[in-house]
Design a protein around this ligand. Sequence first.
Ligand SMILES: [Fe+2]
Ligand SMILES: [Fe+2]
Length: 178
Amino acid sequence: MLRAIGSKVDLDKNGDSQYYSLVADLLESDVVNEMKQYTHHGNTTCFQHCLNVSYYNYKLCKFFSLNERAGARAGLLHDLFLYDWHTYVPPKGERLHGFTHAGKALENVRKNFYVTELECDIIEKHMFPLNITALPKYRETLVIVITDKVCGTMEVFAYRGLVIKEFFRRTFRKKSVE
Ligand SMILES: [Fe+2]
Ligand SMILES: [Fe+2]
């Protein structure tokens, strides 16, 4: 079952069908599913992170009467850089992952899918203000600037919560055995 972090809505075929209908072709593509191989924040994969951002982009864009289709699709594709950034060693002269991955993701997206100018802007500039020169041109891009950071933070805290829970579980199990 596909779910975004903090939500109980089923996002696959049988769930929120309006959301699913906007991204069905992407969810079924091999290149998007390849993101399941790479860890992003904590124990969250790139795929799950992109699904989280995509769903909340969709909800917020809909709420503010913006282009929810572009928000959902570009959200699902915004981190399609296709490597594990924890172990990636940039070649000499290349800037750090945080500065370069949005451009790499857009390159991969263009190779695999048709994307609108608005979707390109959302993907390319989602790291603003880290990439200070990549100024968002559309309101939908401002939405992803927020959802990306909020989802990333939730993913890290969810992972830390699991680690703390496991620590207490082991500690108290030990004591009850002693
Ligand atoms: Fe990113
Ligand atoms: Fe992201």
